[in-house]
Write a protein that binds this ligand. Structure first.
Ligand code: ZN
Length: 156
């Protein structure tokens, strides 16, 4: 914490003493401090910020990352496949961790679908193709067939 007046940074021998703590209107915390060097008083604000970016949909609307929705979509793709629910949950965790690592406040919602597709490819080829048909809007059989051929090539 840097004093806005003299620039002294708290740490080691320098302490900016907290003289008052109160909630602020945005659900955060406001602390009144006194600089340990020059004695001036200043306030700091502590607020929780979202670490998972907002998803921007194609129409421009924003929505929060919804882990349950993602799991429901992947479960659908994995119906009757030998994929454990725990594996699907771990997949969702990895997708969310990936989004957080991007370190952005907003990302295109397609990033989520693409990441899921990559994960599913490792997990189960059939679920992968099902999911890809829906999310890549593979609406012609040729595209589906090309993808399946690519998978079959890879598994050789
Ligand atoms: Zn100071």
């Amino acid at each position: 914490m840097k004093c806005p007046s003299c620039g002294a940074i708290s740490g080691g021998a320098i302490r900016h003493r907290v003289i008052d703590t109160s909630p602020d209107a945005q659900g955060g915390v406001r602390r009144r401090r006194e600089c340990g060097v020059c004695g001036c008083r200043f306030s700091t604000y502590e607020r929780a910020i979202r670490s998972t970016p907002m998803l921007v949909k194609s129409g421009g609307a924003r929505e929060e990352f919804d882990r349950d929705k993602l799991i429901a979509g992947v479960k659908l793709a994995c119906a009757k496949r030998p994929v454990a629910t725990a594996d699907i949950e771990r997949l969702a965790d990895r997708v969310e961790a990936y989004l957080q690592r991007l370190g952005q406040s907003e990302v295109n919602s397609r990033v989520v679908g693409q990441r899921v597709i990559e994960e599913l490819r490792e997990l189960d080829a059939i679920a992968y193709v099902r999911f890809a048909i829906v999310f890549l809007k593979m609406n012609d059989l040729q595209a589906v067939r090309d993808e399946i051929n690519r998978l079959l090539e890879d598994s050789k």
